[in-house]
Design a protein around this ligand. Structure first.
Ligand code: PLP
Length: 381
């Protein structure tokens, strides 16, 4: 927490705006629009809820194809299944680790023509209803290329910007590229409302409809009248108060996380003299990452046989948590039967990758502990 969150929460209590909705919800939505440059925002109970409503608003129904980045957290793909739709997974490219625009187009063409996926699986001829690219660990995906492919085939983009609030590409905020975008304020994200999310978009009618569906889809009548299936997905005024306080420290959080990355880069640069070649997730020209997590790749042949699992275990032995990168969805038991387009880039990233400790509150003493372990693993390799 940054310090001012309690002031907003106290205000919610003092004015008795506890029940869903209230002035903090409106204020937080305005803050998000101002920060991202997006026209409209609906704050919701989670990023997953935002992705689910986004798909509903784009007309995704049972049996439809939805193209989704394979290398991501499962919450990018689960809402496709909530709708009974079919995820079509696309590989990452190695510059940003996000959706490969070339494989995206291959997947779209195969869906439209009823071609086969990369494993020889036959598709029914159907145009995909939506595309879900993700900005992994805060790194902007190749949105210029992805939006161009999407425009060529007239397919809407639902951006999963859950990890990327505060990231920009050529000055445009992540979350402001797609027709719709999802943000998350879960406890582990760059800012948090303990749990929450938002749906962003420039189309006022779509965001109005998101708010309507998120509050049980009540028609305009004195009694309870419903002509749509509704959801209870709205963020409460108390949590939106936390969000408003968090917006005041967002830029500081981004600076802290970027400083973490700079420290790691310096450490791994110095190891180059000893014949190691640890690869970091680098920003392509024009990209600015919030560095939500600092991630590395350790390719064993380029690192005297050292694996990222050896590094992870050494850290764990000192009670320091590091985690593998997201396991690709097309390799997950629950999703492996669905179509996949690509080669093995996301699998390679998963095999070689590690998320290092990346909290906004890491102290010099924490880094001393982390580097002490890392130094000893590399020295003994
Ligand atoms: C966290 C996350 C989500 C889901 O957000 P919740 O608020 O936890 O529901 C979706 N996609 C990605 C890539 C995420 O990291």
């Amino acid at each position: 927490m940054g310090g001012t969150e309690e002031k907003y929460v106290a205000e919610a209590f003092a004015t008795n705006w506890i029940a869903p909705l209230g002035p903090h919800v409106n204020g937080f939505e305005e803050d998000l629009c101002r920060f991202t440059g997006s026209g409209h925002a609906a704050t919701l109970s989670s990023g997953t809820a935002a992705l689910h409503l986004g798909l509903i608003l784009l007309g995704v129904e049972c049996g439809d194809y939805v193209i989704c980045q394979s290398m991501t957290f499962s919450a990018s793909a689960n809402p496709i299944r909530y709708q009974g739709a079919i995820p079509v997974f696309v590989d990452s490219e190695l510059d940003t680790w996000n959706m490969c625009p070339v494989q995206l187009e291959v997947a779209i063409v195969a869906c439209i023509n009823g071609g086969t996926d990369s494993n020889g699986k036959k598709l029914d001829p159907r145009k995909p209803k939506a595309i879900i690219p993700v900005h992994l660990y805060g790194m902007p995906a190749k949105m210029k290329e992805i939006m161009a492919v999407a425009a060529k085939y007239d397919i809407p983009v639902l951006e999963d910007a859950a990890e990327a609030l505060g990231s920009t590409l050529n000055g445009v905020a992540c979350g402001a590229f797609g027709q719709l975008a999802a943000l998350s304020f879960n406890g582990n994200k760059i800012i948090t409302t303990s749990g929450g999310g938002a749906l962003l978009g420039n189309n006022a009618d779509l965001i109005l409809k998101a708010r309507f569906l998120a509050t049980q889809a009540r028609d305009n009548a004195p009694h309870y009248q419903h002509s749509h299936i509704g959801y209870n997905y709205r963020m409460s005024n108390v949590l939106a108060g936390i969000g408003r306080g968090q917006m005041e420290v967002l830029e500081r959080r981004v600076a802290q996380r970027r400083a973490n990355f700079v420290r790691y880069r310096k450490f791994f640069d110095e190891l180059k003299a000893d014949g190691f070649n640890v690869h970091l997730q680098e920003e392509p020209v024009g990209a600015f990452s919030n560095r939500w997590l600092s991630c590395i790749l350790i390719n064993p042949p380029q690192n005297r046989g050292l694996t990222c699992e050896t590094v992870r275990m050494a850290l764990e032995a000192e009670n320091i948590e590091a985690r593998p990168l997201w396991k690709p969805m097309h390799k997950q038991p629950v999703f492996e039967k669905f179509p996949y387009f690509g080669e093995s880039s996301s699998e390679q990233l998963f095999t070689d990758g590690l998320c290092l400790p990346s909290g906004s509150n890491l102290l010099d003493a924490d880094f001393d502990r982390i580097f002490k372990v890392l130094r000893s693993v590399f020295r003994t390799t």
